[in-house]
Design a protein around this ligand. Structure first.
Ligand SMILES: *Cc1c(COP(=O)(O)O)cnc(C)c1O
Length: 360
C-alpha cells in the first residue's frame, strides 16, 4: 500500500510525519501504558498534552495574551450560532459579508438571532471575487462584522484584513488558518473546524478576545457559552482529546517547518505553480479574479466537461485523488492545505499537462 496525494477539501490530508508519530504512540503514550484516547482528560498526562498544544498554537499564530484559545466540538457550523449568541451582547444587528456558500450558511444561522445586514455580496458575479472594503454598506449599530476569509467551495480568498474600527471582526478561518502569518489582534473572534488545516474532524478551534465573552444571550446553553469553556480551560465537558493531541502534533510539525512564515512560502509556491498551469493552458480554466484566488482551494474546469470522468479516473490511477469539484460547482477542485506536499502539486501539474496533450 502506498499513500496517495489526497486533494480532499476536508477532512483533508495530515502530515505523514504526524501520522507516523501518532502510530508510534498509539498503544503506549510516553510509557503510560495507554493510548491518548484512553486517558482521563483531567489527568496530568493529558493536561500536559493540552497545555503544550495550546501554547504551541499561541506561539505559532502569535496570539496576544488578551485572547482565549478554546478547543471545542461541533465544527465551524456550530460557531455560526455561537457567534451571535456570544457577541450580540446588547445589540440586535450584525454585519455579514456574503462571498460564497459558507458565508451564506453563517448568515442563515445568524438570522435566527438578530437582524443581519449583508454589508457586501459578490453573488451577482457568481462569487468569483472578494468585495473591496470601500464597497461595503456597514450599519452604524452592528455588534460585529462576520466574514469568510477563504471560501472553500468557490476558492475565493480575501487578500486584505478588513478594517472595522471598534466593531469586532469575526472570521470563519476553517480553510485558511495556519496557512500563513496573520495579525490576530485585528480580530474579535477567529474560528475554524480542524479537519482542513489543523487536525482531524471533531475538533473546533476558537480564538476569542477576552473582553467579548461573558455577555451571552439569555438562555444560551452552557456548552454554547465561550465563557464557560474559557473558565474551564476547554474542559467544561469532555473535550475531543485525541483531536486535540493530533492538533498538537501538527503544531509541532509546523514549528519544525519554519512556522507560519515557512508555510506561507511553501503554500504560495504550490498555489502559484497550479494557477500557472491553469492560466497557461486553454484546456483548463479557473473562474476567480486573479487577486482573490485562494492559496488553499483551487477549483478548475476542463474546456470539455465530457472529459471530467476520464480525468478523475486517470488522475486516481496516478495516486491523485479526490479532485472532483464540489457538487454545487462541478469541475475539479484541488485542495492544497499545509499537509499537501509540494511533490503532490508537481505531480498534479505534470498529470494535467500530459492529459491535455492526449485530449486537448
Ligand atoms: C468546512 C467549512 C465549514 C464547515 O465546517 P464543519 O466543521 O463541518 O462545521 C465552515 N466554513 C468553512 C469556511 C469551511 O471550509
Amino acid at each position: 500500500m502506498s499513500r496517495v496525494f489526497n486533494f480532499s477539501a476536508g477532512p483533508a490530508m495530515l502530515p505523514q510525519e504526524v501520522l507516523e508519530r501518532a502510530r508510534e504512540e498509539m498503544l503506549d503514550w510516553h510509557g503510560t501504558g495507554m493510548s491518548v484516547m484512553e486517558m482521563s482528560h483531567r489527568g496530568k498526562e493529558f493536561m500536559s498534552i493540552a497545555e503544550k498544544a495550546t501554547a504551541d498554537l499561541r506561539e505559532l499564530m502569535a496570539v496576544p495574551d488578551d485572547y482565549e484559545i478554546l478547543f471545542l466540538q461541533g465544527g465551524a457550523s456550530s460557531q455560526f450560532a455561537m457567534v451571535p449568541m456570544n457577541l450580540l451582547r446588547d445589540k440586535t444587528k450584525a454585519d455579514y459579508l456574503n462571498t460564497g456558500a459558507w458565508s451564506k450558511k453563517a448568515i442563515g444561522e445568524a438570522k435566527k438571532f438578530c437582524d443581519v445586514n449583508v454589508a457586501a455580496t459578490t453573488e451577482a458575479d457568481g462569487f468569483s471575487s472578494a468585495p473591496a472594503q470601500d464597497e461595503w454598506q456597514i450599519s452604524a449599530d452592528a455588534a460585529y462584522v462576520h466574514y469568510t476569509p477563504n471560501e472553500t467551495i468557490g476558492g475565493v480568498e480575501f487578500n486584505y484584513i478588513p478594517e472595522t474600527g471598534d466593531v469586532p471582526l469575526v472570521a470563519d478561518m476553517s480553510s485558511t488558518i495556519l496557512s500563513r502569518p496573520i495579525d490576530v489582534s485585528k480580530y474579535g473572534v477567529i474560528y475554524a473546524g480542524a479537519q482542513k488545516n489543523i487536525g482531524p474532524a471533531g475538533l473546533t478551534v476558537v480564538i476569542v478576545r477576552k473582553d467579548l465573552i461573558g455577555q451571552t444571550l439569555d438562555k444560551t446553553p452552557a456548552m454554547f457559552d465561550y465563557q464557560v469553556h474559557a473558565e474551564a480551560g476547554s474542559m467544561a465537558n469532555t473535550p475531543p482529546t485525541y483531536g486535540w493531541y493530533l492538533a498538537g502534533l501538527v503544531f509541532e510539525w509546523l514549528k519544525e517547518k519554519g512556522g507560519l512564515q515557512g508555510m506561507a512560502e511553501i503554500n504560495k509556491r504550490k498555489a502559484d505553480k497550479l494557477y500557472q498551469a491553469i492560466d497557461t493552458s486553454d484546456f483548463y480554466a479557473n473562474p476567480v479574479r486573479p487577486d482573490c484566488r485562494s492559496w488553499m482551494n483551487v477549483p478548475f474546469t476542463l474546456a470539455n466537461p465530457d472529459l471530467d470522468k476520464t480525468f478523475l479516473e486517470e488522475a486516481a490511477k496516478q495516486g491523485l485523488t479526490t479532485l472532483k469539484g464540489h457538487r454545487s460547482v462541478g469541475g475539479m477542485r484541488a485542495s492544497i492545505y499545509n499537509a499537501m506536499p509540494e511533490a503532490g502539486v508537481d505531480t498534479l501539474v505534470e498529470f494535467m499537462a500530459d492529459f491535455e496533450k492526449r485530449n486537448g
